[in-house]
Design a protein around this ligand. Sequence first.
Ligand code: ATP
Length: 236
Amino acid sequence: MSALLTVTDLRAYYGQVQALHGLQFEMKEGSMTTLLGANGAGKTTTLRAICAMVRSTGSIQFAGTPLLGRSTEAIVKLGIAHVPQGRGTFTSMTVEENLQLGAITRKDKEIASDIERMYAHFPVLKQRHTQQAGTLSGGEQQMLAVARALMLRPRLMLLDEPSFGLAPLVVRDLFRILGKINREDKVSILVVEQNAQLALELADHAYVIETGRIVMSGTATDIASNEDIRKSYLGY
Ligand code: ATP
């Protein structure tokens, strides 16, 4: 499989503060790749750089198209959907309205059938389709945020800490569905996670970030069996 995303010498800056120091990684089409790292390592910034939400230099190629210099909107149109930490659903709108909004840039006629597909992935959203998003539980809101991003029909979905603040069983359910979306709907997924164990169970490839640089990469199985990783991130 060819590279879907190629990041080379990526540096990102918040004012005078440099958060990424020449980050380099590659993601294959169809893969589920995870970025692991401690707090402040630069995981969120990496996703923000891909979406043109932080000042960056270097190179990011998406299916051969350079992303740096493009607007966030243009990057979304190329097929990249970003689910930021904290979800960001429209709280005063219903579940279904949120899903419709997710498809706002689309002009095709398959939006209704895609909403049904999202309900098949996330049955709880179907049960609650008329409920205001702000009144959903944390897990349901995270599912809605993922479903809304998928309504863009992205080729690549960027997920920032999807497990944040969710109960372990809910997280497991969410990751099971993400695996299904990756395999069945052929959406490539780049996921940033504190829950390294779960991320490594599901991902095929993993990169470890420390202070804005990649310090380790490999198949998820190799990374999960690495002793340093086990001690630092998996706690055994
Ligand atoms: P976490 O797991 O805690 O979310 P992270 O790996 O996602 O951490 P980032 O949020 O990417 O880390 O932060 C990387 C570095 O950039 C940190 O040193 C952080 O303090 C800094 N940083 C992030 N956002 C800003 C900002 N808006 N202004 C200044 N510095 C920032």
